[in-house]
Design a protein around this ligand. Sequence first.
Ligand SMILES: Cc1cc2nc3c(=O)[nH]c(=O)nc-3n(C[C@H](O)[C@H](O)[C@H](O)COP(=O)(O)OP(=O)(O)OC[C@H]3O[C@@H](n4cnc5c(N)ncnc54)[C@H](O)[C@@H]3O)c2cc1C
Length: 388
Amino acid sequence: MRILIVGGGPAGLTFAACLLRHGIEPVVVEKAPRGSTGGYSIGLHINGWRVAERLGLVEAFRAKAMPLGPAHHLDRRGRKLFSYDYRVLAKAAEGRLLAIMRSDFQDILTAAVTDKCPIHYETTVAALDDDGAGVTATFSDGSTDRFDLVVGADGYRSTVRALAFGPHEDFLRPLGYRASAWRVPLSRPLGASFVGMMDVNHQGGLYDVGDGTAATLFCWRDARTDRLDPEARRAVLQAKFGGWPEPIASALTSAIDWDRAFFDTVSQIEVPKWSKGRIALLGDAAWCLTFLAGQGTSTAMAGAYILAAELARKGHAEALDSYEARMRPLVTKMQAVSRKIGGHYVPQSTFGMRMQSWILPIMLSRPLIKFTSSRLAAPAVELEKSDD
Ligand SMILES: Cc1cc2nc3c(=O)[nH]c(=O)nc-3n(C[C@H](O)[C@H](O)[C@H](O)COP(=O)(O)OP(=O)(O)OC[C@H]3O[C@@H](n4cnc5c(N)ncnc54)[C@H](O)[C@@H]3O)c2cc1C
């Protein structure tokens, strides 16, 4: 079976690695130049962890993991609101949890598939023609090729989805926030895994990468969904967070590489069916959860694993239906969790902020962490069917 994977992100590269395990050699096209992945941190949770175990990548991810320690939340004047400890969360997950820079994550996956399948960088698809017997793909360089299946793993603003399923607006569900994230050098140690500051409608913070740099994450309530150029992005960040104390102040005045930095609307993707004929969607292209649940990468990895396993043992139509049936319940649950978390993550009122400051440390404390995890963490999806 000839498979084209559009998008060499977490979903696309994990899918490539999983197909290779089944003896299927895909072709990957990636729009960005090699090595230009996002300057933000991502978390590996139970579903991603179990896929990483099967791909033999856990030790490689661990070697690049960011340090786990306390997280301090302050108000916008720098006064302490509450703290908790990521090590308690990791213990509740029986050690199967880590944070890693997306660029490191991507390098590890790329190394796992390079030399085993072609990855064409700075390439995308311009047209897809599914005639029932196969798909003819026209690439951005004008060349064409024919495949049995095309999988769009090209993220939230998927070109494959736009070409084969319909315009972005049909599938975007904006949650009413914007977010931005980039990497900054630290002039002095953070002294914690995370230092964040919040105010009504605003949340900003820095995650310690462990190498003298930090990954920022800023999120604020904003109903607009128009795209902004880099100058306008900087102006919005200044308008929202300018005048906040350290470490926010330095992060805002740092040089931001907008090719790597993230700045976008926080929207979920809802596609009623993830496949159409011989074209399918995977990861954020199919079901973007948003970063709010911290499960996007792991869910994409689980989807990639299951889709590869189904394709290895069934015809494409049956495989695509089984993949969707196995993944849909997890995605539906985590999209609901994401929407719920958003309202707390960016407090809507001073009262909400006070309540959160009181309740969160209790919910994330040693005695209650198991209960909290059972409500908010992703359930482990069944990766193996007995006939896999
Ligand atoms: C700031 C931030 C923080 C996050 N934190 C977490 C977290 O803590 N934990 C977690 O699990 N998840 C987190 N996420 C979510 C996570 O990053 C995504 O869910 C995950 O990356 C989805 O992977 P993907 O491969 O489906 O899509 P993407 O990561 O979007 O990758 C898509 C890839 O396709 C490429 N591409 C795009 N268009 C085309 C095209 N037309 N042709 C070819 N290639 C194309 C892109 O360059 C990219 O390489 C976070 C996201 C953000 C933005």
